[in-house]
Design a protein around this ligand. Structure first.
Ligand SMILES: [Fe+2]
Length: 249
């Protein structure tokens, strides 16, 4: 069985007032500059702020029709790289929307430069939400060593916006070797699991991990959006407890 997309792709799918997702086309694993025939899916989250500015989390490949659809929703303003692995299409969106601000995650500038991907990042993300969205979206820096990422929380919809921190692949939608890798690492639906590369760093950075997980719990998310695999809608408490442990851990 081949890999499947989260159809329809390149269309805005509203989830709650002012927040929705756009599922993207396949991306391919690249190692040492070589694109391997190993497709995986990605997803972009879109938040509309109260001033009508749009926050695009982990922008998927640029698509003209999608750009027009988003333009009708609001002003494409914030192009957000949440971690150093999700940035490749920000340049395409920035060229289409020159007034947008490109937000860099830790180390992404070096990674883009090393891979000759030309992106003019204008601002840097850190552990605290900037003034531009502080009232509506909170954020934290989730430790994970090399795989650290900025996690966001959309307050009004109580939506946790993750990138790679939790992966929840649907086994019947992926092909080998992803299927075996997902099974071995527990990163599959319906359980989901912390991205395997983060697990050792989280043990080492135990104190920071505890602080970040405590903050996620204090947000009391209702749904969890992910970049890879199926999102969690409605049972966020249980997912957080089973993946990150209970409050006493
Ligand atoms: Fe990813």
């Amino acid at each position: 069985m081949g890999a499947s997309l989260y159809e329809p792709i390149n269309v805005y799918k509203p989830l709650a007032p002012d927040i929705g997702i756009v599922d993207g086309p396949f991306e391919y694993l690249t190692v040492g500059g070589i694109r391997l025939p190993l497709p995986f899916t990605t997803r972009m989250t879109v938040v509309r702020l109260s001033n009508s500015d749009l926050f695009l989390h982990s922008p998927i490949k640029f698509d003209e029709r999608l750009a027009k659809e988003l333009h009708r929703l609001g002003t494409v303003r914030h192009l957000v790289s949440p971690n150093q692995f999700h940035y490749a299409h920000i340049g395409e969106w920035a060229r289409a929307f020159p007034e947008a601000i490109s937000w860099a995650s830790p180390r992404v500038r070096q990674r883009a430069r090393a891979r000759h991907v030309n992106i003019n990042f204008t601002r840097d993300l850190d552990a605290h939400a900037p003034e531009e969205w502080r009232g509506e979206i909170d954020q934290l820096l989730f430790p994970g060593g090399y795989f650290k990422e900025i996690i966001f929380f959309h307050k009004s919809s109580r939506t946790l916006i993750l990138t790679d921190t939790i992966i929840n692949l649907e086994l019947d939608m992926i092909s080998e070797p992803w299927r075996t890798a997902a099974k071995l690492t527990g990163m599959y639906h319906p359980y989901g699991q912390i991205f395997f590369g983060m697990r050792l760093p989280l043990l080492i950075q135990r104190r920071q991990a505890k602080g970040a997980i405590g903050k996620i719990r204090s947000w009391r998310p209702k749904r969890i959006l992910l970049s890879h695999g199926r999102c969690f809608d409605g049972d966020a408490d249980e997912v957080i407890r089973s993946i990150f442990g209970g409050p006493a851990d």
